[in-house]
Design a protein around this ligand. Structure first.
Ligand code: DGL
Length: 297
């Protein structure tokens, strides 16, 4: 446990406790999610921005975020942002559709000088390219219920029929490493069958966990359905924002990655090997008031 290092303990913070330090190009980019999902974004950031130091934060003590109240996710997100700032972060990538929907506006208002990149289901490109006029969206309940999603539909999905499914239970299966087992396949079939029968030709992945079951999604959808993962676009947006703010790391630098989890560091290190093809260095962080004696420094 990290008792000797109080800096690794977070409490759900109120805005007046938060600092907004100035950020330097030499600082890392912080990338956070409720769990392993954001690694599907991290891998694109790594590929596009190899000179950048990255820190990855997985709030696995609280995963899944999907069924949680927006106010709770805002509070977690503020604390994780502050934790990242304390480690010199120059930009935050909210690699979680659910946290973006619940907390991005709040984060931008709270940390006014810090650049954020969020993500949302790729309804815009889905609606722009569908030929059947029918698009499937797989995202969490929290994302579907959000104002941000309602705005997205109103702006970009006029004249397009959206078929939504929250895939309840899929995030915990992915967290458990069940990427291609019978249970995952059965669950995905039941989520996707209605939209496929309705005639969607495009399915948008609106949860960062879901790209890790892409082979199963492709197998169920068949070759004529286009699947859109917004992660490459998020990485390109991160590059644009860094450039605009003059925060790009020197190109000759070799970037590092340090991960933190409020769950089990050893388990996340193992999962990263499976999901990314290399093992992350992982440290634990804890939440004040939560018993997390699994966390290791
Ligand atoms: N990976 C997240 C997302 O993009 C959250 C999943 C969850 O924790 O429910 O929405």
């Amino acid at each position: 446990m990290n008792a000797e290092d109080p800096n690794l303990c977070l409490s759900a913070s109120s805005p007046d406790l938060l600092s907004d330090a100035s950020h330097l190009a030499s600082g890392p980019i912080a990338v956070f999610d409720s769990g392993v999902g954001g690694l599907s974004v991290l891998r694109h950031l790594r590929a596009l921005l190899p000179a950048e130091d990255l820190i990855y934060l997985a709030d696995q003590a609280h995963v899944p975020y999907g069924p949680r109240r927006a106010s709770e996710i805002q509070s977690f997100s503020r604390s994780i942002t502050q934790f990242s700032l304390d480690r010199g972060a120059k930009m935050i990538v909210v690699a979680c559709n659910t946290a973006t929907a619940a907390a991005l506006d709040d984060l931008r208002a709270t940390f006014a000088h810090l650049p954020f990149v969020g993500m949302e289901p790729a309804v815009k490109p889905g609606a722009a390219t569908t030929r059947s006029g029918k698009v499937g969206v797989l995202a969490t309940a929290g994302t579907f219920e959000s104002q941000r999603y309602a705005d997205l539909m109103a702006r970009f999905a006029q004249g397009v029929a959206l078929y939504e499914n929250p895939c309840n239970g899929l995030v915990p299966l992915i967290e458990a490493g069940e990427l291609d087992g019978a249970e995952t396949r059965t669950l995905l079939e039941s989520c996707m069958r209605p939209m496929l029968e309705a005639g969607v030709d495009t399915i948008v992945l609106g949860c960062t966990h879901y790209p890790f079951v892409l082979p199963t999604i492709h197998a169920i959808a068949g070759p004529n359905v286009r699947i859109i993962d917004p992660a490459p676009a998020v990485a390109r947006q991160a590059l644009r924002v860094l450039r605009e703010h003059g925060l790009l790391a020197p190109a000759e630098q070799q970037g590092s990655i340090q991960a933190y989890t409020s769950g089990d560091p050893e388990r996340l290190a193992q999962m990263s090997e499976t999901l990314l093809g290399f093992e992350l260095r992982v440290r634990g962080f804890c939440w004040d008031g939560l018993e997390l004696d699994r966390a290791e420094d």
